[in-house]
Ligand binder design. Structure first.
Ligand code: NAD
Length: 366
């Protein structure tokens, strides 16, 4: 049954990790390693069943293949999940046991933080393996990715504005930003620095007040954000906010934000295109976080990180070109761009050409 699923999803390797004493039940999934070692976060979640955990790790690891490929990284897609409650089940032994499994894969999977995991957990993982990113800055970690993600989102936005209006002057347009959290607040700041008109909402009133007082935004209600007359709708909070209920209300010409999984489903993505709205695919726009941690692999450097964020402009522009070339919605064009890159680089690595796949030897200096 599982092999049948893997035949459809195209996964290369799925590792079930068990350590009774440490209470570890984890699954590591390597989806595709054509571009390089599989990088993707570790999630800890109280899954109701093992099937649910398997489905999640397969879905998330596949997503990382596409995200890393579109980001232009020499990395494949992978993900890991620990079945457990992050509020109750964490221990040194648990994370060290997990780290030993990561180490046993000899660099084919590189782990990172995801939902339910923090930098302290990663410190335990790091005791057992160097195939880890997102550790504390004292170990060469890259720190909070949010400002980078926000800057990358700005690059994606400029590409989308250029595609839609032939004008990427951010300050000439108006924005409805949903969520003024870690990424949203930084993004708002960047928009306001360029003189843009910014409407903002958040369930946390203090954050809205800050956006208004410190950055001069216009506060709107949680539901009102879908009705404001703004050129760009920028989801920076939750997924699924572009859906059957909200889409008919949106007056924007462009959708571009940092949130993951913005489209409720593919049909909505098709409808967005039909309505002439330019959607900048979320996983291309918000790749700043993964780009940042990817740089930890050969020694983190802030300047290289900022330079890398700017490539998001070209990635998103390329997606709009593919959408135009093939007459498809941008969410499909992003997938196509990833698949084309994996196929092209995969061909270069054919053994008869004598070009080996890149390898990863652990954190430099560790
Ligand atoms: P965050 O938790 O700091 O911010 C999210 C904000 O959204 C919070 O302030 C929260 O109060 C608000 N919010 C929640 N529900 C809301 C609602 N219904 N209406 C309005 N506001 C609501 O998270 P973040 O790190 O800023 O990430 C934001 C989004 O970007 C998430 O979807 C995340 O997965 C994605 N993302 C973040 C990064 C990163 O570097 N942090 C990287 C890639 C993707």
């Amino acid at each position: 049954m599982l092999f049948e699923t893997l035949a459809t999803t195209g996964h290369e390797e799925v590792v079930f990790c068990h350590n009774k004493e440490a209470g570890l039940k984890a699954i590591i999934a390597i989806h595709n390693s054509v571009l390089g070692p599989a990088l993707g976060g570790l999630r800890m979640w109280p899954y109701r069943s093992e099937q649910e955990a398997v489905a999640d790790v397969l879905r998330l690891s596949r997503g990382m293949t596409y995200k890393n490929a579109v980001a232009g990284l020499n990395l494949g897609g992978g993900k890991a999940v620990i079945i457990g409650d992050p509020a109750k089940d964490k221990s040194e032994a648990l994370f060290r046991a997990f780290g030993r499994f990561v180490e046993s894969l000899n660099g084919r999977y590189i782990t990172a933080e995801d939902v339910g995991i923090d930098v302290n957990d990663m410190e335990w993982v790091f005791r057992e393996t160097s195939f880890v990113t997102g550790v504390h800055q004292v170990h060469g970690g890259s720190g909070d990715p949010s400002p980078f993600t926000a800057y990358g989102t700005l690059q994606g936005l400029m590409a989308a504005l250029n595609a839609r209006f032939g004008d990427e002057e951010v300050g000439r347009f108006s924005y409805a930003v949903q969520g003024a959290g870690h990424v949203g607040m930084e993004f708002i700041k960047l928009l306001r620095e360029q003189g843009a008109k910014v409407y903002v909402t958040d369930i946390n009133k203090d954050l809205v007040d800050r956006a208004v007082d410190e950055h001069g935004c216009i506060a709107v209600g949680l539901d009102e954000i879908y009705d404001v007359d703004a050129d760009v709708y920028s989801p920076c909070a939750l997924g699924g906010t572009v859906n059957e209920q909200t889409l008919p209300r949106l007056k924007c010409k462009v959708i571009c934000g940092a949130a993951n999984n913005q489209l409720a489903d593919d049909a909505i993505g098709d409808e967005v295109t039909r309505r002439g709205i330019y959607y900048a695919p979320d996983y291309a726009v918000n790749a700043g976080g993964v780009m940042n941690i990817s740089l930890e692999i050969d020694g983190y450097n802030r300047e290289r990180a900022m330079r890398m964020m700017r490539t998001i402009y070209h990635n998103v522009s390329r997606i709009f070109e593919i959408a135009r070339r093939d007459n498809i919605p941008t969410y499909k064009a992003a997938d196509r761009m990833a698949e084309e890159r994996i196929a092209a680089i995969g061909r270069l690595r054919l053994p008869h050409l004598g070009v080996p796949a890149p390898s990863f030897h652990g954190r430099r200096g560790s």
